[in-house]
Design a protein around this ligand. Structure first.
Ligand code: C2O
Length: 546
C-alpha cells in the first residue's frame, strides 16, 4: 500500500522485561515495556502506519494486542495469543507488528493478550485526525490520558494460577490505579480556568467496571471506543474493562480549590464486597490554593445499575459523511447466550481443582479452548482447520430456556457445556446481527464483550430476557453508537450489528480477564473478498511459530 502524501510511519521498539516498582510500600517485580508502567504511549494520525518491534525479554511467552484497531487486511498483527499468532517466545523472541490506521480517530489502547499479563503490560494508543482534518468538536486546549487499572501485591501470573486452581474468581486486586498510581494526592492534571480539556479515558482494569467522576466538573462525552458520539453531558462516566471514553472537561470551577478525580468499582452483584476507589488531583494553574481540603466527588453506590443503564442508553453515534450508516439488511442472525458454570475437571487438565471442578464459561454452551499447536489464523490461512478448529459454532443455544433466575440455573445444569474450538464462518461483506444474552447462571455480573477486527453498532440493550417481538421496536437504526466492547448487563442483553468486511479470524470474548481462560469466547472466520484488495495477504516473515 502506498502511503498518502502526508501520512507518516510511527515506529516504536517495545522491550518487554522485568521492572521493579514500589506500590503500597511494597516492592514488586512486574512485566513492563521499556521500563515504564504504564507502558509507552503510541500517538498516530488517521492514515498513518504503525510499526512496533516487540522484543520479549520477559520470562513469559506473550503477544500484544492493539485493542480496537480494525486491522484491515492485517489480521496477523491483531495479537491475541493462539488466535492470530503463536506467542512471542520468552527470553528474547521478536515480532514486528505493522498496521494502518484507517478511518479511526479517538482513544484506543494496547495490552498483552496472554494470561493475566495485561495487568501491567498496557498503554494508550491515541489516534488524531489526519493532517488538515479536525475533530468534530471545538479544538481542546490540551489533552490528558487517564489509564484506569488494578494492582495486586503479587505476581499476576500467580493470581491467575490461583483462580484456575481454586475453580473460581481470582483474588481481588488490592487497589485501583490511575496512570499506574494508587490514590495519588499529587497533581494528575493542571488546568487553566476557562479552557477545555480532552480527557482520553481507558479502562485497563482486569475485572471491574468503573464509575469515573471529577469533583466540581461535568463532562461532555464525544467518543466511545474511538467512535464519535453525539455530545452527551454527564457528571459520571461509566466504563467497562476494554472500553474507552473521550470526554471534554471545561475548567469552570473555583480555581482556588483542588479537585479529586476518582474511579470506583461498579458491580451489579447484589452481594459484592469489593469496593475500591482510586484518586488523582485536578488543580488550577497560577492560583494560590486556599488551605482547603481537596474536594471529593460524591460517588454512586457500587451497585447503582440505573446510572450505568442511563449512561449507555444516552450514547448515540455522531452522523458524519465519512461514517457508514448502520446496515439495514441482515444476512445472518445469531442469538448467543453466555455465562459462567462449573464442569468436572478433564482427566488431563492440570490447573483444575479436583473437588470443586473448574469454572467453565461458555457461549451457546461451547466453552472456548485455545488451540496449542497452531494459531486459528494460521490454520485458516492454510485452509486446513482440521485438528485446530471446527466450523460449527451454533447460531443459537441448544436449549431455549428462560435466561434469568433459578430456571436458568436449572436449565443450565441440564444443558452440558462442551469444550471446543468452534468458529462461526462468515462470507465476505455479510451483515451479522448478534443478540447477546447474559444468562447470569453463576453470579449476576455484567460481561463486557469485545469483538476484534470490527466496530459494531449497539442497537439496543436491556434487562431480563431478550424478546424479539417486544425489543425489535426499540432498536436504534438511525444513529446507534459504535464500539468494540459492549457491557452486557447482568441478566440482560444487548443487540449488535456489524459488516464482515475484514478477512481473517477474529475472537469475540469477555474482557473480564479471568473469563478468557474459563472459555467465555468464540471466533468469527471471515473469508477473503472477491477482489485483490479484499484478500488477506500472507503472514509476515517473522510470524512466530509454536
Ligand atoms: Cu482488549 Cu481480546 O482484547
Amino acid at each position: 500500500h502506498l502511503l498518502a502524501a502526508d501520512a507518516a510511519i510511527v515506529e516504536h521498539t517495545f522491550h518487554v522485561g522485568n521492572l521493579s516498582v514500589v506500590r503500597l510500600g511494597q516492592s514488586q517485580v512486574i512485566t513492563a515495556v521499556n521500563g515504564q508502567f504504564p507502558g509507552p504511549k503510541i500517538e498516530a494520525r488517521d492514515g498513518d502506519t504503525v510499526v512496533v518491534h516487540v522484543v520479549n525479554g520477559s520470562p513469559y511467552n506473550l503477544s500484544i494486542h492493539w485493542h480496537g484497531i480494525l486491522q484491515r487486511l492485517s489480521s496477523w498483527a491483531d495479537g491475541p495469543n493462539m488466535v492470530s499468532q503463536c506467542p512471542i517466545p520468552a527470553g528474547g523472541g521478536r515480532y514486528t507488528y505493522r498496521f494502518n490506521v484507517s478511518g479511526q480517530e479517538g482513544t484506543l489502547w494496547w495490552h498483552a493478550h496472554a494470561s493475566f499479563l495485561r495487568a501491567t503490560v498496557y498503554g494508550a494508543l491515541l489516534l488524531r485526525p489526519a493532517p488538515g482534518a479536525s475533530y468534530p468538536f471545538p479544538r481542546p486546549h490540551r489533552e490528558a490520558t487517564i489509564l484506569l487499572g488494578e494492582w495486586w501485591n503479587a505476581s499476576v501470573v500467580d493470581v491467575e494460577r490461583q483462580a484456575l486452581l481454586a475453580g473460581g474468581a481470582p483474588n481481588n486486586s488490592v487497589a485501583l490505579t490511575i496512570n499506574g498510581l494508587i490514590s495519588a494526592s499529587s497533581e494528575a492534571l493542571t488546568v487553566e480556568r476557562g479552557r477545555t480539556y480532552l480527557l482520553r479515558i481507558v479502562n485497563a482494569a482486569l475485572n471491574y467496571q468503573l464509575f469515573f467522576k471529577v469533583a466540581g466538573h461535568n463532562f461532555t462525552v464525544v467518543a466511545a471506543d474511538a467512535c464519535y458520539t453525539d455530545p452527551y453531558r454527564t457528571d459520571v462516566i461509566v466504563i467497562a474493562p476494554g472500553q474507552t471514553v473521550d470526554a471534554l472537561l471545561r475548567a469552570d470551577a473555583d480555581p482556588g480549590r483542588r479537585y479529586y478525580m476518582a474511579a470506583q468499582v461498579y458491580q451489579s452483584l447484589a452481594n459484592a464486597t469489593y469496593s475500591a476507589t482510586a484518586t488523582a488531583v485536578l488543580s488550577y494553574h497560577h492560583h494560590q490554593q486556599q488551605r482547603q481540603e481537596t474536594m471529593m466527588p460524591s460517588m454512586p453506590a457500587f451497585n447503582d445499575s440505573a446510572i450505568a443503564e442511563r449512561f449507555y442508553a444516552s450514547l448515540t453515534g455522531l452522523l458524519l459523511p465519512k461514517v457508514p450508516t448502520v446496515p439495514l439488511r441482515v444476512d445472518t442472525r445469531m442469538l448467543v447466550t453466555f455465562g459462567l458454570g462449573v464442569t468436572p475437571c478433564a482427566p488431563a487438565q492440570t490447573l483444575c481443582n479436583r473437588t470443586l471442578g473448574s469454572v467453565a464459561a461458555s457461549m451457546n454452551n461451547v466453552s472456548f479452548q485455545f488451540p496449542t499447536a497452531m494459531s486459528l489464523l494460521e490454520a485458516h490461512m492454510r485452509g486446513a482447520p482440521d485438528g485446530v478448529y471446527t466450523r460449527d459454532f451454533p447460531d443459537r443455544p441448544p436449549v431455549m430456556f428462560d435466561f434469568t433466575g433459578a430456571a436458568a440455573a436449572a436449565a443450565a445444569s441440564m444443558a452440558p457445556t462442551a469444550k471446543g474450538t468452534k468458529v462461526k464462518p462468515l462470507r465476505y461483506n455479510e451483515t451479522v446481527e448478534v443478540v447477546l444474552q447474559n444468562t447470569a447462571i453463576l453470579g449476576a455480573e455484567n460481561h463486557p464483550l469485545h469483538l476484534h477486527g470490527f466496530n459494531f453498532y449497539v442497537l439496543a440493550q436491556g434487562a431480563g430476557n431478550f424478546n424479539a417481538h417486544r425489543h425489535v421496536r426499540a432498536y436504534n437504526l438511525v444513529n446507534p453508537h459504535q464500539r468494540n466492547t459492549v457491557a452486557v448487563p447482568a441478566a440482560g442483553w444487548a443487540v449488535i450489528r456489524f459488516t464482515a468486511d475484514n478477512p481473517g479470524v477474529w475472537i469475540m470474548h469477555c474482557h473480564l480477564d479471568a473469563h478468557l481462560p474459563f472459555g467465555l469466547a468464540m471466533a468469527f472466520e471471515v473469508e477473503d473478498g472477491p477482489t485483490p484488495d479484499a484478500v488477506l495477504p500472507p503472514p509476515p516473515p517473522d510470524y512466530p511459530q509454536c
